[in-house]
Structure formats: structure tokens, C-alpha cells
Design a protein around this ligand. Sequence first.
Ligand code: DAS
Length: 351
Amino acid sequence: MMALFVSLFFVSSVRAEAPAPRLANVVILATGGTIAGTGATSTTTVGYTAATVGVQSLIKAVPELAKVANVTGEQVFQIASENMSNEHWLILAKRVNALLAQPNVDGIVITHGTDTLEETAYFLDLVVKSRKPVVLVGAMRPSTALSADGPINLYNSVLLAASPDAVGKGVLVAMNDQIQAAREVTKTNTSTLDSFRTPELGMLGYIQGSKPFFYRASTRKHTVDTEFDVSALSALPAVDIVYGHANVGPVAVDAFVAAGDKGIIHAGVGDGSLASKVVPALKSARQKGVIIVRASRVGQGILARNGEANDDELDFVVADTLNAQKARILLMLALTKTNSTREIQRMFYTY
Ligand code: DAS
């Protein structure tokens, strides 16, 4: 009996000394968007003003953040994300890498407009040089709206960025209680709360009851495993997207070449089909050294090499499963390393 009492006393005294685990230190980098937006009334869910609420107000509006992490905030930009530029991306990436190199920073949340959120997420997925969590978050309703989704999205993003389970998973997007991978997530609806989806390849998991639950991981290389480094870059090569449609002609291709583009993404109809009226312009662009990537406007599926066009003969690259806007990002970064179409095609099958 005595032995049991002593052992119970010992256990309780040891347990009493065990310090509570320290909360993770998470930095919120605010860039603007609807999550920082305000409308004229509580029922204004369209026609509001994006990028008006500062990062400290966003943090103050969710006192529950303090239960899941030690949070600090920085206002990096205050813009609607349709205005996000290559220059913004380079500033953001360098700030993220500088913060994550600090031992006292455990994770980062980036609040962002939803219009180009998937693009910023993929750009960072390719250039962040840390395994620490980086989570992008936005909102489909402004902060002033009834049932605004921003506060719960922000809370979920911070607890995800604070979670050891999110380490090494690549850049993540947390919206609508779901965890998505930067490479495949896309905005699928102009206004509904469930707009961010990974239609065929699937989201990574859920956030429920203040906990993240992962069910899959990306198979493509990201963050510390990529060959891209933007630390010394002050600009990115010019790459634009030609949108395919019935009756398309060569005007857009010719205009991008005349503007000095180093690469063109052709978002073709179907499996990246090239209208016969566009092919001469693409061939001429290639002969001038412009890299041509065949993508699809469809959004899902593999873009087959040598399927709808003889890529070997044309010396074109195919986008694999990247949509056009993400193919543009990978091609820009690829062009900071090489002009070899063989090397660039390898990159499209790697990232
Ligand atoms: N204009 C949109 C943007 O900033 C607002 C939003 O949905 O976040 O992306």
C-alpha cells in the first residue's frame, strides 16, 4: 500500500513539475485582400473594398489566436491581389526566408487576396528555403459581412502554421476548414466559401476542432528540395499567357514576342491543342529563343507531350498537370536557371 502511495505521490509531483509545452511563434505577414476588406453594410458580400484593415486589427479581431500560438504581425503590402506583381513576390519571398531563418520563428501565415492566392502560394512553394510551415489564407467575404469567413480562416491558418504536423509539407493553403497543397489548389468559384479546391488530385486534409488532420502529401519536390533561389534576384523573366479559344489568331503571341517576353504559356483548348493559325507565330517565337510551354485552359489532367502537337519537332515544353497560371510561375523560375528545353521539361516533371 505504502509503495503505491509513494509511487502515486512521485508521479503527481513529477507531473506537477513538467512545464507546459511552449506555444509556437507564428508571424502573420499581411498583404491585403478581402480578408482585410470592408463593406458598406453587414450584408455586402460583393462590391466591397479589399485591403483596408491592418494586420494588428486582423489579429485583435481573433483573440483566440493567443491560445494556439504566440502571434506577431507585419504589414508587408496592403493590396487587392489582382495587383500582385513579380516584384511583390520577390519582396515577400525574401522576407519569408529571412524570418524562417530565425530560430525564434516557427511558422508563417500570409493573409492574401483570393484572386491570385494560388499563384503566390505556388511561387513560395518553389522558393522558400525552410521546412517550417508557411500557410496562405484569404477570405471570400469581407471582415464586415455576416458570417465573415476571415476570422475562422485566420485562426485555422495560425494553428496549422503552429503545428509540427505541417512541417515539411510544402506551402499550404487553409480555407474553409480544408488544407490544400500550393501546387494543385485553385480558386473554382467567384464568390462562394468553398471556392478553393483541388478538384481531382485532392486536398491534403482538414482542420477540425482546432486540430489539423493530414491524409495525404504532395509527391512533387518543393521548398528546400527545389533548385530555385531568389535571394539574389531583383526581377523575374517576362512570361505571359495566351488563352486558346475558337477562332484564335496569332496576335497575342506576336505581341508578347514584340514586348520581349522570354517565355509564353499557351493555354490551349482541350489537351493543349494549337489552332493552325497560331502555330506559325509560336514557331517564329521559338526561333527567336522564346520558350513555349503548352498548357490547357481546361484546368485538370495531364498535358501529354507529343499528343496534340509534335513537341519534339517544335522544341516546345508541356505543362504536365500545372494550370496555365502556375506553369507561368515555374517557367519564370526555370528561366532564371536555363534556356534548355530539355532541362525545363525535366523541371515540369519534377515540381
Ligand atoms: N480582389 C480580391 C483579391 O484581393 C478580393 C479577395 O477575394 O481577396 O484577391
